[in-house]
Design a protein around this ligand. Structure first.
Ligand code: GRF
Length: 195
C-alpha cells in the first residue's frame, strides 16, 4: 500500500508514521505534502528520503474547491492507496473527501466525539475532565466526525495547562497513529485502544 502524508507544521506524526513503515509492514510512504513551504516536516521528510510537495492554500484565497483540486492533482501523481492527515490544519471539503472516499485518516488530539475542532486540551481542562487523549478516525465531510479507528488515553492532572497536557498526549499520538495505520493497511478494522 502507498501512503501520502499531509502536513502543515513540524510533522512529528509524519515522522512517527514514516519510521513505522519498514520491514513486513504492508505500507510505504510515497509522498509528504504540505500546504505551506515553511512546514518544518518537509525537511524531515527529505532527510528520510521521502518525496515532498507543497500546495500552498493562500493563492487560492476563498476558493476551497480550487485548492482541493490542486491537492488532488498533486496526490494523483503519487497514486496513494491511503492518505494520512498529520497535523494538517486545513478543513477538507466534500469534493476532496468524496474523491478520496474511505482512504483518508486523521489524528485529532481529543477523545472523540468530545472536543471536535480546535483548542481541545484547553477545553478538556476547562471541563474538569480527568482523562484526555487522541483519536484516529476516517475523514468524512463532517469535521472530526468520521468513524473512530483508534484512541489513546492519558490522565489529566489538576495543575495541567494546555501545554503540559499536549506534551503528554503527543507521544501517545506517535504510538497510536502508526498502530492504526498498520491495521488499516492490512484491512484490519478492529479498533485500537491504548492507555
Ligand atoms: C499537534 O497539536 C497534534 O496534536 C495534532 O497536530 C499538531 C501538530 O502535529 N495532531 P505534528 O507534530 O505536526 O504531527
Amino acid at each position: 500500500k502507498q501512503v501520502a502524508i499531509l502536513i502543515s507544521g513540524g510533522g512529528s506524526n509524519m515522522v512517527a508514521l514514516a519510521q513505522s513503515m519498514t520491514g513486513d509492514h504492508p505500507a510505504r510512504p510515497v509522498l509528504v505534502l504540505a500546504n505551506n513551504a515553511d512546514a518544518g516536516g518537509l525537511q524531515k521528510a527529505s532527510d528520510m528520503g521521502i518525496a515532498t510537495a507543497v500546495v500552498d492554500h493562500r493563492p487560492f484565497g476563498k476558493d476551497r474547491a480550487a485548492f482541493e483540486a490542486a491537492l488532488t492533482r498533486t496526490l494523483e501523481q503519487a497514486r496513494p492507496d491511503i492518505i494520512c492527515l498529520a497535523g494538517f490544519m486545513r478543513v477538507l471539503g466534500t469534493e476532496f473527501v468524496t474523491r478520496w472516499q474511505g482512504k483518508i485518516l486523521n489524528i485529532h488530539p481529543s477523545l472523540l466525539p468530545k472536543y471536535k475542532g480546535l483548542h481541545t486540551h484547553a477545553r478538556a481542562i476547562e471541563a474538569g475532565d480527568d482523562q484526555a487523549g487522541c483519536s484516529v478516525h476516517l475523514v468524512t465531510a463532517e469535521l472530526d466526525g468520521g468513524p473512530v479507528l483508534g484512541q489513546a488515553r492519558v490522565p489529566v492532572f489538576p495543575d495541567d495547562t494546555p501545554d503540559t497536557l499536549a506534551a503528554r498526549v503527543l507521544p501517545m499520538e506517535h504510538r497510536l497513529y502508526p498502530e492504526v495505520l498498520r491495521r488499516f493497511a492490512a484491512g484490519d478494522q478492529t479498533v485500537v485502544n491504548l492507555s
